[in-house]
Design a protein around this ligand. Structure first.
Ligand code: SAM
Length: 266
């Protein structure tokens, strides 16, 4: 894979480190030095690229810029509790489970679960997204509030299908596996399509990075593997979406826009 990165001259050292890291993840990163990266620059360069500037590492396209903004999650993390967070209840994070989040994305769900006690292995297969997660994890280690939270999160760059298969073959067991695979833009039900029209900037950029055909599969293969490995599998779906892999859950937690489907071992 080839990818571009815009960076200001003072971030040369960070660019070289990022280029080396991405080469290890099979990405050839081409750097372009630019004096000033501002809103006008982003509008004039609408193509998908990485940005290295005073805000750290971000993904940009169509005049927008985003990163896994774990700092911005702090107010929510401070308020979060088992009562208020359906995800936390579904995954029983108060029992401090070993939890695999097999579809990391921006890592926001895992950050919440790590705050509430889960020990998390966070897996992402897309190398660009993975590099954004590594940057967020590193930045969070410098933050007094986030440092103990991210100490509960271990990042893995892998295809979860391979990772889960390896764990099964090695005879491992895990308490909880959480799946939040992408959901297609054009799909089985209209309500989900309407929601997609309102997706936030972060999700819009995520969809540009992970096209529907190709790298974006819908995670159906992960559920059967997860059920072999974990006592408890929780799947996040848009509220009215079909079941993942057509497997009927044993329990559902329903929210306004999304729901969590639970699959349990007897
Ligand atoms: C909807 S996003 C997850 C959002 C996440 N829950 C959050 O809080 O930010 C789905 C992510 O799963 C990743 N993914 C999908 N299938 C995967 C697989 N087989 N292995 C690893 N990552 C996968 C995609 O690359 C994408 O980043």
């Amino acid at each position: 894979m080839q990818f571009d990165c815009w960076y200001s001259p003072e971030f040369e050292a960070q660019f070289v480190a990022l280029q080396t890291r991405l080469a290890q993840l099979q990405v050839e990163l081409t750097g372009h030095v630019v004096e000033k990266i501002n809103a006008k620059f982003l509008r004039l360069h609408p193509e998908l690229a990485l940005i290295l500037d005073q805000d750290g590492l971000s993904l940009a396209a169509n005049g927008m810029k985003m990163q896994p903004d774990w700092q911005a999650e702090i107010p929510r993390l401070k308020r979060a509790g088992m009562k208020s967070e359906m995800l936390a209840r579904a995954c029983q994070v108060n029992e401090q489970p070993n939890l695999i989040d097999a579809t990391a994305g921006l890592g926001h769900d895992s950050l919440l679960m790590a705050k509430l006690g889960a020990k998390i292995t966070l897996i992402e297969r897309h190398p660009i997204l993975y590099s954004l997660l590594e940057a967020a994890h590193q930045t969070a280690q410098q933050d007094v509030f986030l440092a103990p939270v991210v100490a509960n999160i271990q990042l893995v760059h892998a295809d979860s299908a391979h990772y889960l298969e390896q764990q099964i073959q090695a005879g491992q067991q895990v308490d909880v596996i959480y799946l939040d695979p992408m959901f297609p833009q054009r799909d089985q039900n209209q309500q989900a399509v309407k929601k997609q029209a309102q997706v936030k900037k972060q999700m819009q950029l995520l969809h540009l990075l992970l096209p529907e055909d190709g790298e974006m599969d819908l995670g159906e293969n992960l559920l059967a593997l997860a059920r072999q490995l974990a006592q408890r599998v929780i799947v996040k779906r848009p509220r009215h979406a079909v079941y993942l892999d057509n497997q009927v859950p044993q329990h559902q937690w329903l929210g306004d826009a999304c729901r969590f489907d639970g699959y349990f071992r007897p």
